[in-house]
Write a protein of this length. Structure first.
Lengths: 275, 262
């Protein structure tokens, strides 16, 4: 066992394209971030930038203030609820229908035309139409977010299932596996890496649509908060709201990646696209 | 007993009709190790897929024990050039999978998988993932997974074609050892003349356009065979004879292929 263990460890210490190890990659990217922030801060201190562009330190201060006052928590709660509800509904349906379309010609033909017609519509344009029916409510916001989150998950899950090596399915047929077993034990795991790429895009789009739907109509949440701060000329609170949205996105993405790694089993360690 | 009777296979490529196989006759005895040698495009893989039940003849019939082959079955285990293991399962879980498909409980299936892994020399790698193994080790695992179905026939499509020369030699010796002890019927496709001679009781040479059998040559090297067999002077004779057949065949089919390309 020790041999295979050390082999796995060796493979995990894979090098990036430019020959930097993982630790060094992390160091480089954080150094770059610090550099960008320092230059930005320096420019605001010198006074080259217009007054309405705040420096990172001032934004951080405004962020802390917004958090202390309790406004941030009050805004983040409803926003996260909308973004994540819409994301879960949209991406779950997207992955399921995508996998079905990937394995079944009938499903693919059934969905394809509808999908290609509706995909290019900016989903925020549907918001007023949905509001006619449901009003500017959480229901309509979640629905718009779910519709937007559907497409990347659907398309990537479908392409993941379509891209499965046919010989892998032959192995299952050779063993006499039923269609149902083949779907759940071969197609789903084989298509999963690609499907998860779609799910991550869906997550990011959910946050975009979260802000967009909160800006319109009488709403609460981070989007509404930063729009209100803009109207009141409170730019510090506005920037703080933007930072809060970014943080929500980063944290959700990190959680999703952790979940994906657990679902992927030991596959990440070996980097095995083909067995 | 596997029988291929007057099998013809034609594909349509746009307006062209391609003769992949033309009136092929072939019989494989029970327990025989048959190797099929031929250039790419001679239809040898198509023939193997027909024996596996994944493709069907346009004319003629393919039979096992006198019954026509109507689809894939656990009695005929396929091994492909790439191992085709499930990368999300450990090696042990890969080998146990066909057993679980047949209803064997997980614990028993895993115990049997460990036995099979020991047999192919992978006893210590049950917990590894396919991505952590070398090409040769993956092929061993794929062979163990196929053997888990307890097939009577092994259908191998250039299984060592992607391996480096040394690994390939070792794998050939291991395969004859396993086969000798098993009583399996093997149909083994290769484009390596030495491999075909070393492994086969019989080497069938196929030619291209149209795909057909051009030579059927019994290999009378002593069994069991091992690395020492590779020094047998008769190998050189078989080799030069088969080379002659292949050369004649490529000289014949080269103008024909140029014709077809026009």
């Amino acid at each position: 066992m020790s041999t295979s263990g050390s082999m796995a460890a060796q493979l995990m210490r894979r090098q990036s394209l430019l020959g930097a190890s993982r630790e060094r990659t992390w160091l480089i990217s954080s150094l770059f971030t610090v550099l960008v922030l320092a230059v930005w801060e320096a420019l605001t201190m010198v006074g080259v930038l217009p007054a309405y562009i705040y420096g990172p330190i001032e934004i951080a201060r405004a962020f802390v203030e917004l958090a202390r006052g309790g406004d941030l928590a009050a805004q983040t709660g409803p926003s996260l609820y909308r973004a994540l509800s819409g994301f879960f509904i949209g991406s779950a349906i997207g992955v399921m229908l995508g996998l079905l379309a990937g394995v079944s010609r009938v499903f693919r033909d059934l969905f394809d035309l509808t999908q290609s017609f509706t995909h290019p519509i900016p989903k925020i344009a549907l918001f007023p139409a949905i509001a006619v029916l449901l009003g500017f409510t959480d229901k309509s916001r979640i629905l718009v977010i779910a519709i937007s989150a559907f497409y990347p998950s659907y398309l990537n899950a479908m392409n993941g299932a379509l891209g499965i090596n046919a010989r892998l399915l032959w192995v299952a047929r050779n063993a006499g596996a039923s269609k149902l077993r083949t779907f759940f034990q071969v197609v789903v795991p084989a298509a999963m890496p690609r499907a998860l790429v779609g799910v991550r895009i869906s997550l990011m789009i959910s946050f975009v649509l979260m802000v967009a739907t909160e800006v319109v109509g009488h709403s609460n949440g981070l989007g509404a908060g930063l729009m209100e701060a803009y109207r009141d000329g409170e730019y510090g609170a506005m920037y703080a709201g933007i930072v809060a949205v970014a943080l929500c996105g980063v944290v959700s993405n990190a959680v999703l990646q952790r979940v994906a790694r657990v679902l992927g089993g030991g596959r990440d360690a070996g980097g095995a696209g083909h067995g | 007993m596997l029988e291929v009777k007057r099998v013809t296979k034609t594909f349509r490529r746009g307006k062209h009709v391609v003769n992949a196989l033309s009136a092929v006759d072939l019989a494989v005895r029970k327990g025989e190790f048959l190797t099929i040698l031929g250039p790419s495009g001679c239809g040898k893989t198509t023939l193997l897929h027909m024996l596996g039940g994944f493709e069907f003849p346009t004319e003629g019939s393919v039979e096992i024990e006198g019954r026509p082959i109507t689809g894939p079955g656990r009695d005929r285990g396929m091994v492909f050039q790439e191992a085709m293991l499930f990368p999300w399962r450990t090696v042990r879980a890969n080998v146990a999978w066909p057993l679980q498909v047949a209803g064997t409980p997980r614990r028993e299936a895993h115990a049997r998988a460990d036995e099979l892994l020991a047999m192919v020399g992978l006893a210590r790698f049950g917990n590894a993932y396919p991505g952590e193994l070398s090409g040769g080790m993956r092929q061993r695992a794929a062979l163990a997974r196929t053997l888990a179905m307890e097939p009577s026939v092994l259908l191998m499509d250039e299984p060592f074609g992607a391996l480096d020369a040394q690994t390939r030699e070792v794998m050939q010796e291991e395969l004859t050892r396993l086969w000798q002890a098993s009583g399996l019927t093997v149909v083994f496709i290769t484009h390596d003349i030495n491999e075909a001679i070393f492994l086969g009781d019989r080497v069938v040479v196929m030619g291209a356009s149209p795909g057909r059998v051009v030579e059927d040559c019994a290999i009378e090297l002593a069994r069991p065979r091992s690395s020492e067999t590779k020094a047998d002077p008769r190998i050189l004779e078989y080799r030069s004879h088969l080379w002659e057949v292949l050369r004649r065949e490529s000289a014949r089919s080269a103008p024909a292929m140029a014709e077809a390309g026009r």
